[in-house]
Design a protein around this ligand. Structure first.
Ligand code: HEM
Length: 500
């Protein structure tokens, strides 16, 4: 997402790094960085021990591996690691990975600290900016003081309105039908790959406008991929001045995409034509002091919009497909709902019908419970914080994990079952403010939720009308933890055209 999904795989980075150590020149630089980081870490540890003896710090999970700490166990299975720690230490605990100390706040109550905090105390830029700023560019998101970013979020939110969504439904339906033409009548294909490709197209149409969508060819798609490569563990952990090929590719892609966007923005500004879309909303928007956005800010926000919506929506849509393929009765009920709500002849979708597809909506909600794409939100403690009677010292990376909150055994009945009907019944989670937080909460909350619902519901309405889906020989994808967003492993699905 716009921000982050970032760090969770720090151990994966480490795996990568160690793996590459022997065979290239970067290894020397990497080794030097590791030594520097280690020295910094040791001096920090020494400092920590000599201060604040009367404070009660959160329970600390010991590790016998210096510096790396729990990176390997966490990287292999982060959710299991956190759940076991919860059982053993309670809702608040700390541990070290790659020289950084993480304090997790698990469960609704502990999460309150992070969601209600001020950005000056628990800071997002400190943890996200080194990843996002090279990708989105200067002047937006985590590169600017948070009050400015909040104004930018408000402008984006204005653009994500119902009038625009009504258009988006038609655009997304048409793109989906056209894209899946290549799938033919039946077969077995990689669903996640297809949805990722489709969603670049739909997100570009809906969020960037028709000019930029019309320029989206393979070359531009490659630029997006290179830019996206900037969200890497290397970028999170290693100094930005290192001459890594992936950094150079990212920076070059950034410049080229910006230039494409600048031309489109300038053309729009010059033409008298008032198109009613998000690009126009941004061109017309002003800060509270009356200053309009400049071209660089608009281009940065366009990049942010695309990337924020891309992986989050594509993984969610793919997981949803596998949950529906696994539960055929549920899939049939969703198809029946299409006919019941939209009419037996299944006419083109529209926004008002979409709202009435409540079973489909609950399926999406349940997918986001079990597979929230952002598995951890992070902040840097800039001042000492109190949670569950413990003092979290300055410098800790304070984290909340939607994935863990969404399946806490104290909160959720039959927690691992995919059951969209759970939201219709009385349930404990409904009474806990932060038990269900796939889009975050508080000042950093997502502004893309409504768009994501429109997009994913439209795609799945269209796909349910086209095909009947099955698992391939009963295989339900395992979770790939090595990607920053937890993607399905080997996501091949079986499909057959529906007889209408
Ligand atoms: C299924 C889809 C999505 C999910 C699950 C999701 C999740 C999240 C989460 C968890 C956060 C909070 C991050 C934090 O507190 O550190 C967030 C923030 C945000 N998201 Fe999304 N997102 C989704 C789609 C989108 C889309 C489509 C857009 C844009 C059109 C978007 C734009 C943003 C923005 C601008 C923020 C604000 C970051 C901040 O204030 O620090 N997201 N999202």
């Amino acid at each position: 997402n716009m921000s982050m999904h970032l760090y969770q795989m720090s151990s994966k980075l480490f795996g990568d790094t160690v793996g590459r150590m022997n065979d290239n020149l970067t290894s020397i630089v990497l080794a030097a960085s590791v030594i520097t980081l280690t020295l910094g870490y040791i001096s920090k540890m020494l400092l920590k021990q000599s201060s604040g003896k009367d404070q009660k710090y959160p329970p600390y999970i010991p590790s016998s591996i210096p510096f790396l700490g729990h990176a390997i166990a966490f990287g292999k299975s982060p959710i299991e690691f956190l759940e076991q720690a919860y059982d053993k230490y309670g809702p608040v605990f700390s541990f070290t990975m790659v020289g950084k100390t993480f304090t997790y706040l698990l469960g609704s109550e502990a999460a309150t600290l992070l969601f209600n905090s001020k950005n000056e105390d628990l800071n997002a830029e400190d943890v996200y900016s080194r990843l996002t700023t090279p990708v989105f560019g200067k002047g937006v998101a985590y590169d600017v003081p948070n009050p400015i970013f909040l104004e930018q979020k408000k402008m984006l939110k204005t653009g994500l309105n119902i009038a625009h969504f009504k258009e988006h439904v038609k655009i997304i339906e048409a793109e989906t039908i056209e894209y899946f033409q290549r799938w033919g009548d039946s077969g077995e294909r990689n669903l996640f790959e297809a949805l990722s490709e489709l969603i670049i197209l739909t997100a570009s149409s809906c969020l960037h406008g028709k000019e930029i969508r019309s320029m989206l060819n393979e070359r531009v798609a490659q630029l997006y991929a290179d830019l996206d490569g900037g969200f890497s563990h290397a970028a999170w952990l290693l100094p930005g001045w290192l001459p890594l090929p992936s950094f150079r590719k990212r920076d070059k892609a950034h410049r080229e995409i910006k230039n494409i966007f600048f031309k489109v923005i300038q053309k729009r500004r010059r033409s008298g034509e008032k198109v009613d879309d998000i690009l126009q909303t941004l061109i017309d928007a002003t800060y509270k002091d009356g200053r309009p956005l400049n071209d660089n800010e608009i281009a940065g926000m366009l990049i942010g919009l695309l990337l924020a919506g891309q992986h989050t929506s594509s993984t969610t849509s793919a997981w949803m497909g596998f949950f529906l393929a696994r539960d055929k009765a549920l899939q049939e009920r969703c198809y029946a709902e299409q006919r019941a709500v939209c009419g037996d002849d299944l006419p083109p979708l529209n926004f008002d019908q979409l709202k009435d597809l409540s079973l489909l909506e609950r399926c999406l909600k349940e997918t986001l419970r079990l597979r929230p794409p952002i598995m951890t939100m992070m902040r840097m403690a800039r001042s000492p914080q109190t949670a569950a009677g413990y003092t979290i010292p300055v410098g800790h990376q304070v984290c909340v994990s939607p994935t863990v909150n969404h399946r806490l055994h104290d909160t959720w009945a039959e927690r691992m079952e995919f059951n969209p009907e759970r939201y219709l019944n009385d349930n404990l989670a409904a009474g806990e403010k932060f038990a269900y937080v796939p889009f975050g909460a508080g000042r950093h909350r997502c502004i893309g939720e409504n768009f994501a619902y429109v997009q994913i519901k439209t795609i799945w309405s269209t796909l349910l009308r086209m095909y009947d889906f099955d698992l391939v020989d009963g295989y339900f994808p395992t979770i790939n933890y090595t990607t920053m967003i937890h993607t399905p492993h080997n996501p091949v699905i079986r499909y057959k055209k529906r007889k209408q």
